[in-house]
Write a protein that binds this ligand. Structure first.
Ligand code: UD1
Length: 421
């Protein structure tokens, strides 16, 4: 049984929140560390459930991992001798699929239990497979939920992604760093964590150029010596969640230890809605006066540098506190509005049609709601912080998969939130 949060709404959040390391970077970087030929040190690793599960999988496969201090680990893949990852843990998180690319590069073959993760519609991996096949991983089988890929000879090639995919871009990059010759990924995703994984690989001896643009060129190396330290970037989505909470509660929060450039798609929208957004070198302050009202606006989720789909539930929730009619178009995932019925049970006036949600500002009231996935759960907490009365959020395991010290950070900015076992 997962814990619950009990939230008393109506307190403006005020103070400072330090942003943790990026979950999605960390997932790619840990998988990348499995492909190395030497040990490395990874700093600013968020201590969250998804990361703990991936580290456990790596240990099951032979990696030696030690926590050096709070958020730093040493990681040694020397004893990783198997290409088969089929324990129950593998199916618990989406990020385990990065072992496909990492092992295909390292061993030229891989068997993996297909991964789980948040459910927002079908989550195919055809683009990943297409990329692996272009590199020579043509021998592919799927049996009892286990996918096996083998390459006689892994050789660099041109890959064109029909759709922009974060996962496929990282996975193909992971295989290509050890393929012979040059791989070019066209129509690559440009998310900050793609650049982070590429920077990690380069620090460890790989040759990846162009990450952050839509053409990434990778020159394979037979051996990645590693023996270096790397610090993971701050989590764009965690930062964005607290920025939205500041505006939602008419509060005043300074998020520190973030990269303001990564927040621009959200900062621009908050300014358009009438919130104060002040950028520092590595911080952003978001504030809204008690007497001010936010203006409704239209959002459309897009691959980076567009508005991130992982902030869609939180931003839709923010629209419930705005004056007028707001719109949210979800263009990345086919079915990411399931949480809206929970918001409706709190009094939200939202009508959905396919990938469009139309939101009329309305007063929310507390009730019991279910966190069906990570960001949906964060959105319900955001709603609870502003709702009249008491909100109980159940299944908070889903939230703690992705937010480090969530409740402590919220309490430090005066949120009235308690964990009930
Ligand atoms: C990653 C993030 C997730 C985020 C998403 C989009 C991680 C661990 N997860 O997920 O939080 O919501 O990016 O920013 O980093 N698609 C295909 N075929 C494929 C792959 C993807 O059709 O082979 C489609 C998907 O169904 C989806 C779209 O492409 O509609 C984007 O998916 P993708 O960018 O691959 O998301 P993930 O990497 O799974």
């Amino acid at each position: 049984m997962s814990d619950k949060y009990i939230i008393q709404g109506g307190t403006p959040l005020k103070g400072e929140v330090s942003v943790s390391g990026s979950k999605n970077s960390a997932l790619g970087i840990i998988a990348a560390a499995m492909a190395l030929d030497g040990p490395c040190v990874i700093e600013n690793l968020p201590k969250i459930q998804d990361i703990r599960v991936l580290l456990t999988i790596c240990e099951e496969l032979g990696a030696k991992i030690e926590w050096i201090n709070g958020n730093t680990i040493s990681f040694d893949p020397a004893e990783v001798k198997t290409h088969t990852a089929i324990s129950e843990n593998v199916s618990k998180i989406r990020g385990s699929y990065y072992l496909l690319g990492a092992f295909l590069g390292k061993f030229k073959k891989v068997s993996l239990l297909l991964p789980g993760g948040c459910d927002f519609g079908s989550r195919p991996i055809d683009l990943h497979i297409k990329g692996f096949q272009a590199l020579g991983g043509g021998d592919l089988r799927e049996e009892n939920g286990i996918i096996s890929i083998e390459a006689n000879h892994l050789k660099g090639a041109g890959v064109f992604l029909d759709m922009i995919s974060v996962g496929a871009t990282i996975n193909i990059m992971l295989a290509a760093v050890k393929a012979e010759g040059v791989t070019v990924i066209n129509n690559a995703a440009k998310e900050p964590h793609i650049v982070d994984v590429a920077n990690f690989l380069n620090t460890m001896g790989a040759d990846v150029r162009g990450a952050g643009t839509d053409v990434i060129k990778i020159t394979g190396k037979p051996y990645l010596e590693a023996n270096r330290s790397y610090t993971i970037i701050p989590d764009q989505i965690e930062a964005g969640t607290y920025m939205i909470m500041a505006a939602m509660t008419h509060g005043d929060i300074t998020c520190t230890n973030l990269i303001p450039k990564h927040m621009e798609p959200l900062s621009a929208k908050l300014i358009e809605m009438g919130a104060l957004v002040e950028e520092g070198d590595d911080s952003i302050r978001v504030a809204l006066l008690a007497e001010d009202k936010l203006k409704a606006v239209s959002f459309k989720t897009m691959p980076y540098p567009g508005f991130p789909t992982d902030l869609q539930p939180q931003a839709t929730t923010l629209l419930t506190s705005a004056l007028g009619t707001g719109r949210m178009i979800e263009s990345v995932w086919e079915n990411r509005f399931q949480y809206i019925k929970e918001l409706q049970s709190m009094g939200a006036n939202i009508v959905t049609s396919g990938k469009l949600a139309v939101v009329q500002g309305s007063e929310l009231h507390g009730t019991t709601v279910f966190a069906r996935d990570l960001r949906a759960g964060a959105a319900l907490v955001t709603a609870g912080l502003m709702a009249k009365g008491q909100t109980t959020v159940t299944n908070v395991y889903a939230i703690e998969r992705g937010y480090e010290n969530f409740v402590d950070k919220l309490k430090s900015v005066r949120a009235q939130i308690e964990v009930v076992p």
